[in-house]
Ligand binder design. Structure first.
Ligand code: GLP
Length: 245
C-alpha cells in the first residue's frame, strides 16, 4: 500500500486530481470509479479547473459511482446523482450518457444487479476513488460481522446516518438504506485511491495504515489485499494516527 502524506488537505486534493488528469491524458476513454461525500469535493473542483483550462479532456471518459441512497430520486438535492452533476459533471465536458450512478428508486434488487453489471461493463475501473467513513466504511459497505462481494442493498449504521445528517435538514431525513458496490467490486479496480482528512477519520485510518490486520469491522482494511492502492492523507491526520513513514 502506498501511503502518501501531504502538507495539507488542499495538497492531497491536488495530488489526486493530478493522478486522475494524468490517467485521462494517457487513456482518454478510461473508466473512473467515483465517490461522493464531502472529502472529494475540492478535488472535483480541481478537475473542473483543469478541464476548463484545457489541460484534460473528459469527452470519452466513462464513470461509475460507488453508491446511492435508497428512496430518494435522482432530482433530490441529497441524491448522489445530483451531487455528481452539481459538483463535477455539469462543469466538465463529460458525456453524461457515459456516467452511471445507481438508482435508489424502484426495485432494489434489480438496481443492484444493474450496478453490478456496470462495474464490469467494458472492463473494470482503471481508477477507483474512495473516501472513508468514520467507522472505516468504504462506499456504503458498513462495518459488520460480514461484508458483501457484489453490489447490494445495505442498511446504514447509526454512525453513518449521524455523520451524513449534516447534509440533510434533520437526522430523520437521512435514508436508512443504500445501494452500494460490494467489496469485490471495489477491489476489482486496477488502482484504488482513497483520500481522507479530519480527525474523525483517525481510528479508521489507523486500522488501514498501521498494521496488516484485515477486519470486517473496518471494511477499508480489505484494501490491504490489493496491490495498487494509494491512501492520501495530510500531515495532521498522519500525526493523529501516529504514522511516521
Ligand atoms: C458516505 C459515502 C462514502 C464516503 C463517506 C465519508 O457514507 N457513501 O463514499 O466515503 O460518506 O464521507 P465524507 O467524505 O463526507 O466524510
Amino acid at each position: 500500500m502506498n501511503v502518501v502524506v501531504t502538507n495539507s488537505y488542499d495538497e492531497s486534493c491536488a495530488y489526486v486530481a493530478d493522478m486522475i488528469c494524468r490517467l485521462v491524458n494517457e487513456k482518454p476513454d478510461c473508466k473512473l470509479g467515483l465517490a461522493t461525500g464531502g472529502t472529494p469535493v475540492p478535488m472535483y473542483k480541481k478537475l473542473i479547473e483543469a478541464n476548463q483550462a484545457g489541460k484534460v479532456d473528459f469527452s470519452k471518459v466513462r464513470t461509475v459511482n460507488l453508491d446511492e441512497y435508497c428512496g430518494i430520486p435522482a432530482t433530490h438535492d441529497q441524491s448522489y446523482r445530483y451531487f455528481m452533476n452539481t459538483n463535477l459533471f455539469d462543469h466538465i465536458n463529460i458525456d453524461k450518457a457515459n456516467t452511471y450512478v445507481a438508482s435508489g428508486m424502484g426495485d432494489p434488487q434489480a438496481n443492484a444487479a444493474a450496478l453490478e453489471a456496470k462495474v464490469r461493463e467494458g472492463g473494470v475501473a482503471d481508477l477507483q476513488l474512495l473516501g472513508i467513513g468514520n467507522n472505516g466504511h468504504i462506499a456504503f459497505n458498513e462495518a459488520a460481522d460480514k461484508l458483501h462481494a457484489t453490489a447490494h442493498i445495505e442498511k446504514l449504521t447509526e454512525s453513518t446516518i449521524h455523520a451524513n445528517s449534516r447534509f440533510f435538514e434533520k437526522e430523520e431525513d437521512v435514508p436508512t438504506t443504500a445501494i452500494t458496490m460490494g467489496m469485490g467490486d471495489i477491489l476489482a479496480a486496477k488502482c484504488v485511491v482513497l483520500i481522507a482528512t479530519g480527525l474523525a477519520k483517525t481510528e479508521a485510518i489507523r486500522g488501514l495504515v498501521m498494521d496488516d490486520v484485515i477486519t470486517t469491522h473496518n471494511p477499508s482494511t480489505m484494501l490491504k489485499m490489493h496491490g495498487n492502492v494509494y491512501v492520501v492523507i495530510d500531515r495532521e491526520l498522519a500525526d493523529a494516527v501516529g504514522y511516521k513513514g
